[in-house]
Design a protein around this ligand. Structure first.
Ligand code: G3P
Ligand code: CA
Length: 223
């Protein structure tokens, strides 16, 4: 069972910051992060479509320049990083699972991944996921060789159908959706199961017994 640091180590550091990823690297070999494209075109690592919750500023990420974003404090003196800054910090020491949050991120992420593949990163160093299945499908069409994960929030979508259509590697459900039967069904369809967000040891133990492939946790230090 692989352990993936959620937004780095968001339980113990400001989420999606260089400090959060540095901390996660002490414990795990995979991290998850979220991306948007800001007004000046940089791919930035931030979870929400606004900066309001995680910084001392206000505004929509896609309407702010990178210079504006860089001025904001995310706590503990941390700034909003670009994806390139995070990749340079990680420097192939962990798998980076990139969640496409903003529109247009599929194409930008394909370009950045290609750039890092030419710098010696391996395809297995990356994964790309999204709740936005259209954006994820776009990514798959642009880049067949990178593993994709279909993120789901509930039972409403035909997630197995979507995963088959884009030849996904995994289906990533919330903890509340998962029981032994779910994992069995998804495995029988040929996909891995990565569950979010698992912060309690007892839940991780239960999932491990069910044969889960990975957990995404705010506390990589616990596992
Ligand atoms: O990848 C799992 C998890 O990150 C999905 O939810 O809201 O934390 O991006 P969220
Ligand atoms: Ca995420």
């Amino acid at each position: 069972m692989i352990v993936i640091g959620h937004r780095g180590a968001r339980g113990i550091r400001p989420e999606n910051t260089l400090s959060s990823f540095k901390e996660a690297l002490k414990y795990v070999k995979a991290v998850e992060l979220d991306v948007y494209i800001c007004k000046t075109g940089e791919v930035v690592v931030i979870h929400d479509d606004t900066v309001d919750r995680t910084t001392n500023g206000h505004g929509r990420v896609e309407e702010m320049t990178f210079e504006d974003l860089k001025k904001l404090d995310q706590g503990m003196g941390e700034r909003i990083p670009t994806l390139r800054e995070v990749l340079d910090l990680i420097n192939k020491r962990a798998i980076v699972s990139i969640e496409l949050k903003g529109k247009g991120t599929a194409s930008a992420i394909k370009d950045i991944i290609s750039e890092y593949l030419s710098k010696g990163w391996k395809e297995e160093n990356f994964a790309v996921s999204s709740f936005d299945h259209e954006e994820l499908e776009k990514f798959h069409h642009l880049c067949h060789s990178i593993r994709t994960g279909v993120l789901i929030e509930d039972d409403e979508s035909d997630y197995i159908g979507i995963a088959k259509r884009i030849n996904a590697f995994s289906i990533n459900p919330p903890l509340k959706m998962v029981d032994e039967g779910f994992i069995k069904r998804v495995h029988e369809s040929g996909f891995k199961v990565f569950v979010w967000t698992v912060n309690e040891k007892k839940d991780a133990e239960r999932l491990k017994q069910f044969g889960v492939d990975g957990i995404i946790t705010d506390y990589p230090n616990k596992f």
